[in-house]
Design a protein around this ligand. Structure first.
Ligand SMILES: *[C@@H]1O[C@H](CO)[C@@H](O)[C@H](O)[C@H]1NC(C)=O
Ligand SMILES: *[C@@H]1O[C@H](CO)[C@@H](O)[C@H](O)[C@H]1NC(C)=O
Ligand SMILES: *[C@@H]1O[C@H](CO)[C@@H](O)[C@H](O)[C@H]1NC(C)=O
Ligand SMILES: *[C@@H]1O[C@H](CO)[C@@H](O)[C@H](O)[C@H]1NC(C)=O
Ligand SMILES: *[C@@H]1O[C@H](CO)[C@@H](O)[C@H](O)[C@H]1NC(C)=O
Length: 440
């Protein structure tokens, strides 16, 4: 093939030479006497073009006479055109000329393979040659077949996202997260942007969940990007802000649990017997989806509390990765009034209330302070922090404290009340301490 091409060209040169000599003799008469050799008038312009467009190389000559102009592709050793004939079988190539002076090589729908050196040659005895370069640029393209698509991974595992892009010049790939949040590659390295075909995420956490964008660019518009959604699956987790909730009879109360799960968990409430709680006039349950949306705030409102409503409630969260539940105890508490109702017989109950209750779950009042309801409306507030400090004191100091507490209550406090206070403090230390340990 190559050989044939070369032979063809040699024949053409031979014909040309013969013709030109004839021509020289024929016109050798009047005017300039000596026939001038053909020569190039202008340089061939180099061209940079995006694939798919059409281009034209122009080769300008003078004194062509009966010589011929041919176009060749240097790297492909291919003769494209000779004079006004298209030699190549490439249908995208054509040739035009302007009075044999400017020879235009047209390339339609340029492909990447068309790039390279184009030669314009005149078939003089020693062929005269000129070059022009065609640079074909290709906008970036992300190859889906070898790039990552949406993935679901388990929390704690590793995952490598890949984005392969083609184009010319070779595109660069960078990664970003939706909403410009940081990409955490590992425990120590967090970046807003990462460059490279691969994005290695180690020990993926739920915080890494979301859309990742790979963006490929090479200076040739348009820049392209691909969105890869990373879902991180993990079993449900529960957090209960108030495990002990006090509410008076006939009041309403709302119990709360916070869950995290992916995929979304089925969330519901049960009583201690495991009986699922259904929506009714008594109960209203709602699941408020948080942000990020693997968080849910579960709320159960119990209306018009009756004696049978006190006891244990369970919030349950289940997803395909597992299940968990948490227990909330609803106990009776006195209404938030200052009326001097309580009698001594109720004291044990209130002792219990206090022990569990006001640590941090009063449905009214400042949750961080302890409100002690005593006979004669005496209210003693002590801050949890102070309680914390006194917890660390020695036994002797403890008794001092008790002493002081009793003193503060003054003379009007009956002996029964004092005894109750002792109980109360005892209840607080025992239950309170274990509760605090629990809540920590
Ligand atoms: C061309 O003309 C010259 C003289 O003018 C002559 O000597 C020569 O033989 C001719 N050549 C041809 C190929 O006719
Ligand atoms: C075309 O490019 C080549 C090589 O890159 C260079 O040598 C030549 O001078 C360029 N031609 C023009 C007309 O700029
Ligand atoms: C995840 O990658 C880290 C660091 O490259 C490696 O130490 C760990 O063993 C990998 N974990 C898994 C589950 O492949
Ligand atoms: C975190 O990732 C970067 C980039 O892959 C790596 O250079 C670095 O060593 C990694 N650090 C740890 C602690 O694995
Ligand atoms: C008590 O509840 C408040 C508000 O719900 C919370 O901010 C605080 O951390 C809780 N304290 C304890 C000891 O649980």
């Amino acid at each position: 093939m190559h050989f044939r091409v070369v032979c063809l060209w040699l024949i053409l040169i031979a014909i040309g030479t013969r013709d030109s000599i004839k021509a020289a003799n024929a016109s050798g008469g009047p005017g300039n006497g000596v026939m001038e050799e053909p020569e190039f008038v202008d340089k061939i312009k180099n061209i940079t073009v995006a694939a798919g467009r059409s281009v034209q190389f122009s080769c300008s000559v003078k004194n062509l006479g009966t010589y011929k102009v041919a176009w060749m592709h240097y790297e492909q050793s291919a003769i494209l055109t000779v004079h006004n004939h298209v030699i190549t079988r490439n249908p995208r190539i054509s040739i035009t000329h302007d009075k044999h002076r400017t020879w235009n090589l047209h390339i339609r729908n340029v492909q990447e393979e068309d790039k390279g050196r184009y030669m314009c040659q005149i078939n003089t005895v020693t062929a005269k040659t000129q070059y022009g370069y065609l640079h074909v640029v290709v906008p970036p393209n992300i190859d889906d077949s070898v790039s990552s698509s949406d993935v679901i991974v388990r929390e704690g595992s590793n995952e490598t996202l890949t984005c392969k892009a083609t184009g010319f010049p070779e595109p660069s790939v960078k990664w970003k997260r939706d909403g410009n949040s940081k990409i955490s590659l590992n425990k120590t390295l967090q970046v807003t942007e990462w460059e490279g075909e691969k994005l290695e995420l180690t020990k993926i956490s739920r915080l890494d969940m979301g859309a990742y964008l790979c963006i490929a660019s090479n200076g040739v518009p348009p820049t392209v990007s691909k969105r890869i959604k990373v879902s991180v699956d993990f079993p449900p987790m529960l957090w209960i802000p108030h495990q002990l909730v006090g509410a008076p009879l006939a009041y309403s109360v709302t119990l709360e649990c916070f869950t995290e799960a992916h995929p979304s968990s089925l969330n519901y409430w049960t009583r201690e017997d495991g009986q699922m709680i259904h929506e009714s006039r008594k109960y209203h349950a709602e699941n408020i989806v948080g942000d990020p949306n693997y968080k849910t705030h579960m709320r159960l409102t119990i209306n018009n509390i009756q004696n049978s409503d006190y006891g244990t409630y369970k919030c349950v969260a289940k997803n395909p990765r597992g299940e968990t539940d948490g227990i909330i105890r609803l106990y009776i508490s006195s209404p938030p009034t200052t009326s001097p109702k309580p009698t001594t017989t109720e004291t044990p109950m209130r002792v219990k209330d206090f022990g569990f209750g006001d640590l941090n779950n009063s449905i009214y009042g400042n949750p961080s302070s302890l409100t002690i309801h005593l006979d004669k409306d005496a209210k003693y507030q002590s801050n949890l922090d102070d309680v914390g400090k006194s917890e660390q004191k020695s036994n002797s100091e403890d008794s001092e404290n008790k002493q002081r507490s009793s003193d503060e209550m003054g003379n009007s406090v009956s002996a029964a009340a004092a005894a109750a206070t002792e109980n109360l403090l005892f209840a607080f230390w025992t239950f309170g301490l274990s509760l605090r340990a629990l809540l920590r």
